[in-house]
Design a protein around this ligand. Sequence first.
Ligand code: SF4
Length: 350
Amino acid sequence: MPGNPVAAMTIPLPIFCREEQQDTPADGPLRDTFGRVHTNLRISVTDRCNLRCRYCMPEDVTFLDRSEILSFDEIRRFTTVAATLGVTKVRLTGGEPLLRRGIDRLVAMLHDIPGLNEVALTTNGTTLSGMAGALWSAGLRRITVSLDTLDPETFRRVARRDALADVLAGIRAARELGFVVKLNAVILRGINDADIIPLAGFARETGCELRYIESMPIGADSWDRKSAVLAEELIETVAREFGPMDLVEGDPHAPAMTYCTNDGHRIGVIASVSRPFCSQCNRIRLTAEGMLRHCLFALFESDAKSVIRFGTDRELERLIRRVVWSKWEGHEINSAKFVKPTRTMHAIGG
Ligand code: SF4
């Protein structure tokens, strides 16, 4: 399967998992063997994207055939069962979720699932200005937009496409409608690290909450630690410009550490590499073609699509419990044991 970034190992759970299966909890919250309770489901609704961000996917990519991806009714069924197990928050991702026709209809379908108290969405913003109204009418209120630079040339270097103006227009349209907008910026040394301060300025100006993301070894391009701008350097750089920042207590399960400047502006840092937060992880992921992953960096995954299409809700429940129970302690990025997943980010959904 070399060369096909979508292919990942699809195997029945390994022996050690199967043994653990014997004692997979049959009821109660969605807990793993480290005591973490899972309440957050990330659903990739497509692997397709109209950008080619170098930290996410290769230029040349074979997208899934439409027949392979889950229908809205299948996504709703899976989410409904997951909600009975304690999932309270869903984040829709991609590829680029706004490329999925009728995405606003899916948002509305998920909104009235009992037990779910939040549906959010992460987008690259390129088509947001045209979609914001429909998403708002569907009940969406929180949106995260990827924005790595304010410079068109740098945008082209990172995303390998020209679309910065569309993204900025999308952010403004969402703000005008009243969306709570978070901005995610992956900072790559020597490519967009000059944008660290301009992005913070833009977030202030537009009333968005900016989160810097440490680049991770999960994209198409080779990754080395030196290319990542890590949390300490990011915080120092911002503090030099905007003054001292205090760490804000918040949701212990949230991936971002949030800081607040003296004048009340919040800035987040998602430090997967330098300050891993796996011990508080409450997330599971469903890929566009219905593979269930217990971790972004998981090396194996389970086929939920077959159970969604041919199984009972009880069987779906058991599968979800089994995958969570088999969850490892966390990524091994900082250890010699680290193995890069075969899937690239666009085929998992951030
Ligand atoms: S790397 Fe895996 S275990 Fe760690 S926080 Fe991310 S999804 Fe959770």
